[in-house]
Design a protein around this ligand. Structure first.
Ligand SMILES: [Cu+2]
Length: 138
């Protein structure tokens, strides 16, 4: 008798839990349909794509230009088999070590015009270039 009672209560609890999951799941689904997830605004910001390959960034370690107070998206991808990173001390950029095929997205942002050195901390003599931040003339 007691066993049956406990069994009945247990069944009810399980039913309640299952119904809760269904309700929450449905609400979540409807919520997603109503609130279109906002597009990330950083996608609209012009960006720089740096590929670390053969111990250079984009083959030539190019100069990168940016404007004061206009953040610029920076994506670093490692296409080598050895690790690389990208560091800009003055702009507090550090991708940490990237293994092969890893990437890191950050932003170049500066309040001060200037020339800032970017480099790979593992290959600082061969992998280094300049980020040139100019006064924003808009
Ligand atoms: Cu490197």
């Amino acid at each position: 008798m007691l066993c049956l009672l406990i069994y009945g209560v247990l069944n009810n609890i399980i039913a309640i839990i299952v119904i809760s999951f269904v309700v929450v799941g449905t609400l979540w689904g409807v919520g997603n349909l109503i609130n279109h997830p906002e597009e990330s605004s950083i996608k609209n910001i012009s960006g720089v794509f740096l590929i670390a390959q053969n111990n250079a960034f984009n083959k030539t370690n190019p100069d990168i230009y940016a404007a004061v107070n206009v953040p610029k998206k920076l994506v670093v991808v490692n296409k080598d088999f050895v690790r690389h990173d990208l560091v800009v001390d003055e702009l507090k950029i550090n991708t940490a070590y990237l293994s092969s095929e890893q990437d890191f997205t950050t932003a170049i942002a500066s309040k001060e015009p200037g020339i800032y050195k970017y480099y790979c901390s593992l290959h600082p003599t061969t992998m280094q270039g300049k980020i040139i931040v100019n006064e924003n003339n808009d």
